[in-house]
Unconditional design. Structure first.
Lengths: 272, 252
């Protein structure tokens, strides 16, 4: 044992913890577990793989005139969001539930007792990482999708009206789902339960609407995250019974903010 | 300096900690004793702001834990259960915690060295994923984390759990050294004989209530032996009170 280093004073410097230092901890945590890389790999594979699968199998010659008229080569490039949203939703969940399952949360909260600050820093780091990953993969999926789409099917370019907006929003969408996952994880605390909640919101809620009839499907369905992504954010050709891209994006931001607010409240209120 | 005043913690209809008040002074090791289920871990979690008391307060150097500006530099804690992600290396775990309180990165090497995790034969331990650690190595990592901020107050919950005799001897020396440098050291245990190796001061609780705030010397003078005095003190507040005699017999 080295007694010399036990003399107090080794780390006497001014200053406490704050958003910057806590965000730095969260960044170090996120990149030092293997699940982060695996989830991002699944995300990339889903975005690129499904773009290729869907875009390489568009047979313009056999399409009906109605299908040809509604064909949206931008929107079709983002088929991978169906899988990608789940991958990043899981990343958001794991960012907090693994802390509870491993006991790490006690070390974290002993270092950062201001719990809303902790969740804010987690959300900022997770949001930044997933936004960058989402945008990179959205542009890549778009480029690959257009490249494998065979003529004479019409191709989209970033210069066409609405296309750049659709690509940017497609890239931001999975990150917002990650933040929803983080908020749900802070409330539910268990990995399996929180992932179920994410799957429920993304995939099961829209299915529940089906037996309720077309009018309810049309009026309520447009507020479902996955349908917002499919029909509002990434659509260049307007579709009926959908929110405008801006309104849809606003709704998703509102959902993420609400999930984080509830998560922050639950985290602050309950024993760790 | 730790001051607990009227601490109460209830879980449903059970009262885990019942109007508990005591002081822990700097410059000496204080043993925090009580049978299993006495409320030691709950009390320590309340000290760290992890659990919210139903009544009462606990102050560390005059402040609530939640009001500390740089908690790791003021309080170091080793909790009963593991508190690290199994997929992260010991070094990554410590580096991340250090960053949260703005503790310089070189301090990570220091605490790895102090806890013997950076020695040649165990050098790879520091860079192994912590989920693969033995109980003893996990305890060392917990202690390394507690020492990160070079804190004036240390809370250690059952630190010898899972350690081999060499590790236990190491912990005893570490605790004495920490206290000799003027720190406040609170060590919980359910074994009086272990605590007596390092502690001078004792806080004894049973069923969440304070049974005695005393010294090792004073307690051992009460009966034929220190252990006997401890059993007399905690009699009636163990989880095994119905078979108390048999329980005592099996220990001696």
């Amino acid at each position: 044992m080295t007694t010399a280093t036990l003399t107090r004073g080794a780390t006497r410097t001014a200053g406490g913890y704050g958003f910057r230092s806590v965000a730095r901890m969260e960044w170090l945590k996120l990149r030092s577990v293997r699940s982060t890389a695996w989830v991002l790999l699944v995300f990339a594979a889903g975005m690129i793989g499904l773009a290729i699968l869907v875009m390489a199998h568009q047979h313009w010659a056999t399409m009906s005139p109605a299908d040809q008229a509604s064909f949206d080569p931008t929107n079709n490039s983002f088929a991978g969001l169906a899988l990608g949203q789940l991958a990043l939703g899981v990343l958001g969940v794991l960012a907090i539930t693994t802390e509870f399952s491993s006991g790490m949360i006690r070390a974290t909260l002993a270092a950062v007792p201001r719990r809303p600050l902790l969740l804010a820093a987690k959300a900022a780091v997770l949001g930044a990482v997933t936004l960058v990953a989402g945008e990179v993969l959205a542009f890549a999926a778009f480029a690959v999708g257009e490249a494998v789409l065979r003529s004479p099917a019409p191709h989209a370019t970033l210069g066409q009206p609405g296309v750049l907006r659709a690509v940017l929003m497609a890239g931001a969408y999975p990150g917002l789902i990650a933040l929803i996952g983080l908020g749900l994880g802070a409330v539910i605390r268990h990995t399996a339960g929180a992932i179920c909640a994410v799957v429920g919101i993304l995939f099961v809620l829209p299915l529940i609407l089906v037996p309720l009839g077309t009018s309810i499907q049309n009026s309520v369905g447009q507020f479902m995250p996955m349908l917002i992504a499919e029909n509002s954010l990434t659509a260049v050709k307007p579709q009926s019974h959908t929110l405008s891209p801006g309104l849809g994006f606003g709704m998703l931001c509102l959902y993420a903010a609400a999930a984080l607010a509830v998560g922050s409240w639950a985290l602050a209120r309950r024993d760790a | 300096m730790i001051e607990a005043r009227g601490l109460v913690k209830r879980y449903g209809s059970t009262t885990a900690v019942d109007n508990l008040s005591f002081d822990v002074r700097p410059g000496t090791v204080t043993g925090f004793l009580g049978p299993n289920g006495a409320g030691k871990s709950t009390t320590m979690r309340m000290m760290l702001g992890l659990d919210r008391p139903d009544a009462g307060t606990v102050r560390i150097n005059g402040k609530n834990y939640r009001d500390l500006r740089s908690p790791l530099r003021e309080v170091g804690a080793l909790l009963e259960a593991k508190a690290f992600h199994p997929g992260r290396t010991a070094r990554s775990h410590l580096t991340a915690l250090a960053a949260s309180n703005g503790i310089p990165r070189r301090r990570v090497n220091d605490v790895l060295e102090i806890t013997g995790m950076a020695q040649l034969e165990t050098r790879r331990q520091a860079d192994r994923r912590a989920g693969k650690f033995s109980l003893g190595m996990a305890q060392r990592l917990g202690i390394a984390a507690a020492l990160l901020g070079d804190p004036a107050v240390l809370l250690l919950d059952e630190p010898v759990n899972g350690l081999d005799p060499e590790g236990i001897r190491w912990i005893r020396n570490l605790l004495k050294n920490l206290a000799a440098h003027g720190r406040t050291v609170l060590v919980s245990s359910h074994l009086i004989s272990e605590v007596a190796q390092t502690a001078d001061q004792l806080v004894v609780i049973g069923q969440g209530r304070l049974l005695a705030q005393t010294t090792v010397a004073e307690l051992s003078a009460r009966s034929s032996s220190l252990e006997e005095a401890f059993f007399q003190l905690t009699e009636g507040s163990t989880e095994y009170s119905a078979s108390n005699i048999a329980y005592r017999g099996s220990l001696s």
